[in-house]
Write a protein that binds this ligand. Structure first.
Ligand code: MG
Ligand code: MG
Length: 260
C-alpha cells in the first residue's frame, strides 16, 4: 500500500519536516571538537519536545537515541554516546520527528573544524546527488529514475553507493512503501504520483560501496573504513517539480555564521 496524502496531510508533514531542519540547525551550533555525541542528542530531544513534538527515532525498533549520529566511517544508525568529536571528523546526523501524527525525516553531514579536501568533496557531491534525485522525483517518473539520477551522478566520481539501505515512503509511519534505492535503471521501479511523500537519502562512501554492521546491532560502517556522507530530504511528489518538505536553510545559516 502506497499512501496518497491530502494537501492538509502534506502541510502537517511539512511542519514535522521543517522542525527536523530546525532541530538539526540547533544541533549544528554545538558541533565542534570536544563535544560528545550524547550531548548533541540531548539538545535535539529537548528542542523537539519544546516544539510539542516527539523524537521519531527514539524507541523505533529499540533505537535508544533521538538522533542517529554516525562519525567518519560510520555510514548511518550510529548510537549517540560518550564518543567525542575531534578536529577533522565528519558527522552524519539523521533526525526524525513525529508531530500531529506525521513524521518528518532529514539528514545532514557536518564537518568538525577543518577537514581533508577529499572528504569535503565527498560531502559536496553527496548533497548534489540528493538534489539530482529530487530533480526527477515528479509525477509519472519511477523510483528507478531517482536511483539512476543519483547513480549516474556519483559513480563517475569514483565513490561507492550504499545499496543495502535505501530511501522510503514516509507519513503516519516512519518507513512506508515504496523503497527508494540510490541506484537503478531508468523507467524501472514504482511509479511516482502526486500526493506521495518519500524520503530520498543517498549514503555515499569515499571508497567502495561495501559495508558491515557493528556488534551494537545498529551502527553501519564502511568495510574499508573510509568515510561516508549522508544527506536526506522528505519530499512530496507533484506534477512538475518535487516539493521539498524539509529544509537545510537554517542549518546552512548556522554553518555560515560559525565559519565567519
Ligand atoms: Mg533519516
Ligand atoms: Mg529516512
Amino acid at each position: 500500500m502506497i499512501y496518497k496524502k491530502t494537501e492538509d496531510e502534506i502541510e502537517l508533514q511539512r511542519e514535522s519536516s521543517l522542525l527536523v531542519g530546525k532541530t538539526l540547525a540547533e544541533v549544528a551550533k554545538y558541533i565542534q571538537p570536544g563535544v560528545t555525541t550524547i550531548k548533541l542528542d540531548t539538545i535535539a530531544e529537548a528542542f523537539i519536545r519544546d516544539h510539542l513534538a516527539e523524537p521519531g527515532f527514539k524507541g523505533y525498533g529499540g533505537f535508544p537515541g533521538t538522533l542517529c549520529i554516525s562519525v567518519n566511517d560510520q555510514v548511518v544508525h550510529g548510537i549517540p554516546g560518550k564518543s567525542v568529536l575531534k578536529e577533522g571528523d565528519i558527522v552524519s546526523i539523521d533526525c526524525g520527528v513525529l508531530k500531529n501524527g506525521f513524521y518528518g525525516d532529514s539528514a545532514y553531514t557536518f564537518a568538525v573544524g577543518e577537514i581533508a579536501e577529499d572528504v569535503k568533496n565527498l560531502m559536496k557531491h553527496t548533497k548534489a546527488a540528493l538534489y539530482a534525485g529530487i530533480e526527477v522525483a515528479v509525477d509519472g517518473m519511477r523510483t528507478g529514475d531517482i536511483g539512476y539520477a543519483v547513480q549516474s551522478y556519483i559513480e563517475p566520481l569514483g565513490y561507492g553507493i550504499v545499496r543495502e539501505l535505501v530511501g522510503h515512503g514516509v507519513g503516519k509511519k516512519l518507513h512506508e512503501k515504496p523503497e527508494v534505492p540510490n541506484y537503478g535503471r531508468r523507467g524501472s521501479g514504482v511509479r511516482l504520483f502526486s500526493g506521495m511523500v518519500i524520503a530520498i537519502e543517498p549514503m555515499i562512501n569515499l571508497g567502495t560501496r561495501n559495508i558491515s554492521q557493528e556488534a551494537d546491532g545498529w551502527t553501519i560502517r564502511t568495510a574499508d573504513r573510509l568515510p561516508s556522507a549522508h544527506y536526506e530530504h522528505t519530499v512530496a511528489i507533484r506534477k512538475n517539480k518535487a516539493d521539498i518538505l524539509s529544509s537545510f536553510e537554517w542549518i546552512e545559516e548556522v554553518l555560515s555564521k560559525m565559519n565567519g
